[in-house]
Design a binder for this molecule. Structure first.
Ligand code: G6P
Length: 510
């Protein structure tokens, strides 16, 4: 498909994000001859946008970090050593330690992140965070200015850049189009109004021509915040527009998808012995039912709540001891922030407690994996996991839920596994390496639940009893129902993928 078609003629794309799509590292222990390797993230926002940029090309502006990054970057910030066949230019911006502390660890992740996820009590409105956030937004705006032409489409990503759009709008040519996608929740006004910088943040975002959120509710919340905070703004609720300071901003929802075809392909091609090898390596019994969870270690993901529900299940229904294993893949995140250190501690304590309480010589209830997994391992884990538990207490979208669905290749209409009967709980240990069709358990606090909730099993992460029952319902679900639900989910995820998302967004800019 030629995705340049959805951009206007001669239009060039500039993507702006905090995280870079790839980074450079010196290979460990090899500093003597300075061998440089390229790292790409396996998931998340930047991994999702990379295929977009590969198709439309253009420039990607992001924060560069570390010695190897610097050594392969020109004075003007242009990266000289992209991965092979990279179709776009990466332009790195360097930040001082003070800026990283105030803008990234401070205002972005100790103010905006908790605030938007409804955790006012976790926010820390320090003035120095705000000063650095402003400063870094100004730095980015300056570099964007150098790159923009009258035909540029500047696409800001996420909550790190609430102020840059206004700054760019003031200096860029009239015809430059400013687009912003806010990847996290936009909270209700009653939460947002706690922020001392509420008005300035809204003013910054209203420098955009188009502002996108995952779901309608976040758009409504945003419009309501504008209406209540900015006296001079006119909010047109019927048309989802704000007129403010002589400028119109459209506010629309675009639920983000994933690169379903690629994930499907990777899941489909994992080696036939993958699951038995993976089980041996991580010390679990694949003959049991296996539920999985894959998360960044973040307090919004409801990991402790999920472990509580599992503990309740093993406690109330001891017949599941030795019959159900839970695998938690966790990625360390923002570990400099005390809230994140506490969370990691709480998760590890819960895992130990549960394993001490129920574990036996030949069965470990919870397998905790915090090592890096390759793409193949991650997709294989998705494919063979009999159920995926997504229990975020608040989440803008949750792409992991969609990735799991895309990797459920064994649910497609191929010959049904003859070894599988009605009750999957007794069948999952068959010798064939074909997986049973998985079940998605999905928190109703995620953006993904809007579209997937009908065919997933719904959980409220705070309702431990009911959540435990839902997990049991998932792992005892018969094959016909699994297939019916997963087929519907797969259709949705495949037809609303990252390319469809990008097309919708670009179309809205024309
Ligand atoms: C969320 C945010 C992204 C962010 C990602 C990882 O998904 O919406 O903007 O990149 O978390 O967090 P990090 O702070 O490591 O970039």
């Amino acid at each position: 498909d030629d995705y340049t078609l959805s951009l206007g003629e001669n239009q060039t794309l500039i993507i702006v994000s905090n995280r870079q799509p790839y980074s450079h590292q010196y290979e460990t222990g090899d500093e003597g001859n300075k061998k440089i390797t390229v790292d790409r993230p396996a998931g998340g926002l930047t991994a999702g946008l990379d295929p977009v940029m590969q198709r439309v090309s253009g420039t990607w502006i992001a924060w560069g970090d570390g010695e190897a990054d610097r050594d392969v970057t020109d004075k003007d910030g242009t990266v000289q050593m992209p991965p092979e066949e990279n179709a776009y230019t990466l332009r790195r911006i360097w930040l001082s330690e003070d800026e990283v502390e105030g803008y990234y660890y401070g205002y972005s992740n100790r103010v905006l992140w908790p605030l938007c996820h409804g955790g006012i009590w976790k926010t820390e409105f320090a003035e120095r965070y705000w000063q650095r956030y402003r400063q870094v937004n100004e730095t980015f705006a300056k570099v964007i200015d150098e790159q923009t032409t009258p035909t540029s489409l500047v696409w800001f990503q996420d909550y790190h850049f609430a102020l840059a759009p206004r700054l760019v709008q003031e200096s860029a040519p009239e015809s430059t189009f400013l687009l912003h996608f806010w990847h996290i929740v936009w909270p209700g006004w009653d939460t947002f109004r706690a922020c001392p910088q509420a008005k300035t943040l809204l003013d910054g975002l209203l420098g955009n021509d188009l502002l996108g959120f995952h779901i309608d509710r976040y758009c409504e919340n945003f419009l309501d915040c504008v209406d209540k905070e900015l006296e001079d703004a006119f909010v047109d609720y019927d048309d989802n527009r704000v007129r403010y300071d002589g400028h119109t901003t459209r506010v629309e929802s675009f639920p983000m998808g994933i690169d379903a075809a690629t994930i499907e392909r990777t899941a489909d091609s994992v080696s036939p012995s993958f699951w038995s090898e993976f089980a041996r390596e991580h010390g679990f019994d694949r003959e049991t039912q296996v539920a999985i969870g894959v998360d960044r270690l973040d307090y919004t993901k409801g990991i402790v709540e999920r472990l509580d529900a599992l503990e309740r299940l093993w406690e109330m229904n001891p017949e599941w001891q030795g019959e159900l294993t839970y695998i938690q893949k966790a990625d360390k995140s923002r570990s400099r922030i005390p809230e994140y250190q506490n969370l990691q501690q709480n998760v590890e304590t819960a895992v130990e407690r549960i394993n001490d309480r129920f574990g036996t010589d030949d069965w470990q209830p919870v397998v905790y994996i915090d090592d890096w997994l390759t793409d193949e391992e991650l997709r294989g884990l998705y494919r063979y996991g009999d159920a995926m538990l997504v229990s975020a207490v608040r989440d803008g979208m949750n792409l992991v839920a969609k990735e799991y669905v895309a990797a459920q290749v064994d649910c497609d209409d191929r010959d049904q596994n003859p070894n599988l009967g009605e009750d999957c709980s007794e069948q999952s240990g068959n010798d064939m390496e074909s997986a049973i069709c998985g079940v998605l358990v999905l928190s109703d606090q995620t953006g993904a639940h809007e579209a997937l909730g009908e065919h997933a099993l719904t959980a409220n992460p705070y309702d431990t009893e009911a959540f435990a029952e839902t997990i049991e319902q998932a792992v005892t679900m018969d094959d016909a129902e699994r297939r019916e639900r997963m087929t519907a989910l797969r259709e949705h995820v495949a037809s609303n993928d990252i390319y469809a998302w990008m097309d919708d967004i670009f179309e809205a800019t024309q």
